[in-house]
Design a protein around this ligand. Structure first.
Ligand code: FE2
Ligand code: FE2
Length: 153
């Protein structure tokens, strides 16, 4: 199980959550309701970004560099997503809160596409099968799911 495959699987679940949130905030009645709806996505995206930062991006740094290039862009976008969620926590009007959700969804969708079209393929070309599988096993341990080795496959 390669790290790129499991991260791609996480993206698939997020797309369903993005679509749900996009529609749900339109009928929200107040700021607190928008903040509550977005809170679950905030927690899940922070966890996803932490997995990417600590596992995949760290492994890619010796190959792609850390200070400039695609990894610095991807890390900046992780931080940008968190900045928007922090702004949402301070939002004062329903309209502002709805706009911030629209903003975070736009940044997150564009970020995911870049990872899927550019970064994950670059990782698969660069890291090699053993490293990709080792990172996948570490992902399973950190997520608390049972890796395929436990089934004797
Ligand atoms: Fe990411
Ligand atoms: Fe991602």
């Amino acid at each position: 199980m390669r790290i790129t495959d499991v991260l791609l699987g996480e993206h698939g679940v997020f797309y369903a959550q993005f679509d749900y949130l996009q529609h749900a905030v339109r009928s929200a009645g107040n700021v607190a309701e928008v903040q509550s709806l977005a809170g679950m996505l905030d927690a899940a995206l922070a966890s996803h970004a932490a997995m990417e930062n600590s596992l995949l991006f760290s492994a890619l740094e010796p190959h792609l560099g850390a200070q400039s290039g695609p990894l610095s862009v991807m890390r900046w976008e992780h931080d940008e997503i968190e900045r928007i969620f922090n702004q949402l926590a301070q939002a004062r009007s329903l309209k502002e809160a709805q706009q911030l959700v629209a903003d975070v969804l736009q940044v997150a969708r564009a970020h995911f596409v870049k990872e899927e079209q550019m970064l994950f393929p670059a990782a698969e070309r660069t890291l090699g099968a053993a490293t990709l599988a080792d990172l996948g096993t570490r992902w399973a341990a950190q997520r608390g799911v049972i890796p395929e080795a436990a089934y004797g496959l």
